[in-house]
Design a protein around this ligand. Structure first.
Ligand code: FES
Ligand SMILES: [Fe+2]
Length: 376
């Protein structure tokens, strides 16, 4: 049985926001890349994007370029985008399909899609050269509910161990079976932590999101994850609304037709360190991938997913859900950009969190724990 805690009950007195440098310092961002993004399991999107053998995407994690692909045998793999000859970046497209092999454009070293070096011109003349010693460097990869995760570490913590609190938590939502309906990328002029913190509380909802607040009353929810790198819980969808959409009606079929009664009236919001925010509604799921590109700038890629049986149904109205979040997201980016401006001031100093902000306070603790080498 999942236990839910009302937000105010997990408040720890004395909780305060973080100092200015945490949001402004390039050195600190470099440290975050090292300690957080290069060490932990980063989400890189949906496995359905790599449907056929040879399909690939290129992703940047902690300043590294990674090729994530489906190999000829159907397996998903992640490789550092670095040729084993003289180190050249092999692939500069953001996505595509490799035919049979992966070839470096410089001197034509050629790799199989499973990373093995299979062609290296003139290297047969080099004494003791053995192709088997020059496979592409791989990164650890795991799939959860249709999401791909990659870990750059040479000794990654086993995914199932790291992800234990999440592993079966959302099974009932059939996430792996959902189809992508819409994608959008936002360029947010704010530190990545402000984006996470903002997502973690709805104290701001009556002020910032008048539309959302009528559907999801900000005090209605409770959290099932209240400490650690995964945080969040649900909010009630206020009747007669059926979902978080512009019209208040469901935009399509349930993500799982056998969803329990409670879940049909709830929307779940989770932050998953280090780079995923997941929003689950009875009839659709949307998620966000955060990539910090500067201390004051974050790229946020978002997708909406629906049950594939909606396709062809005249009642299916995905723009009802897409529009709802497009409005809400922009309100959020506006306010986090204003937060960025304020916390950059010489006079800004940490301020007190209220009991309704127990989750962002817990997020800050999880972040600081990761920075000090914990959670591993
Ligand atoms: S650097 Fe790639 S083949 Fe030479
Ligand atoms: Fe918001």
């Amino acid at each position: 049985m999942t236990t839910f805690h009302k937000t105010v009950t997990t408040y720890r007195s004395g909780a305060q926001t973080m100092p200015r440098e945490r949001y402004t310092s390039p050195e600190l961002l470099a440290e975050e890349k090292e300690r957080i993004f290069a060490r932990h399991w980063n989400c890189v999107g949906r496995a359905s994007r790599l449907a056929s053998p040879g399909d690939y995407i290129v992703r940047d994690i902690a300043g590294e370029s990674l090729i994530i692909l489906r190999d000829r045998g159907g397996e998903l793999r992640a490789f550092f985008n670095v040729c084993r000859h003289r180190g050249t970046q092999i692939c500069n497209a953001r996505s595509g399909q490799f035919s049979e092999t992966i070839q470096c454009p410089y001197h034509a070293w050629t790799y199989a899609t499973d990373g093995r070096l299979i062609g290296a011109p003139h290297m047969q003349d080099v004494e003791s050269f053995d192709k088997r010693d020059f496979s592409l460097h791989s990164a650890a990869l795991a799939v959860w509910e249709g999401f791909i995760f990659v870990n750059l570490s040479r000794e990654p913590q086993p995914f199932d161990e790291w992800f234990a609190p999440m592993l079966r938590r959302l099974e009932r939502y059939n996430l792996a079976g959902l189809a992508i309906g819409h994608s959008v990328t936002y360029d947010v002029r704010a530190n990545w932590k402000l984006v996470f913190q903002n997502y973690s509380e709805c104290l701001h909802c009556p002020m910032i999101h008048p539309e959302l607040s009528t559907v999801l009353p900000y005090q209605s929810g409770a959290n099932d994850l209240v400490e650690g790198p995964f945080l969040g819980g649900y909010m009630e969808i206020m009747s007669p609304n059926e979902s978080a959409t512009l019209s208040g009606r469901a935009c399509g079929r349930l993500v799982n037709p056998s969803l329990a009664d409670d879940d049909r009236h709830r929307a779940f919001y989770y932050t998953l360190m280090p780079n995923l925010m997941l929003s689950i509604h009875p009839d659709y799921v949307n998620y966000y991938l955060l990539t910090p590109v500067a201390a004051d700038r974050t790229i946020v890629e978002s997708e909406w997913m629906f049950h594939p049986s909606n396709n062809g149904d005249p009642a299916f109205n995905p723009s009802d859900a897409i529009g709802f979040w497009d409005v809400t997201n922009k309100q959020d980016w506006d306010i986090v950009e204003r937060s960025q401006l304020g916390v950059s001031s010489r006079r800004y100093e940490p301020g007190p969190y209220s009991p309704r902000e127990s989750i962002p306070a817990a997020w800050d603790r999880a972040y600081l724990d990761m920075m000090s080498g914990g959670s591993h």
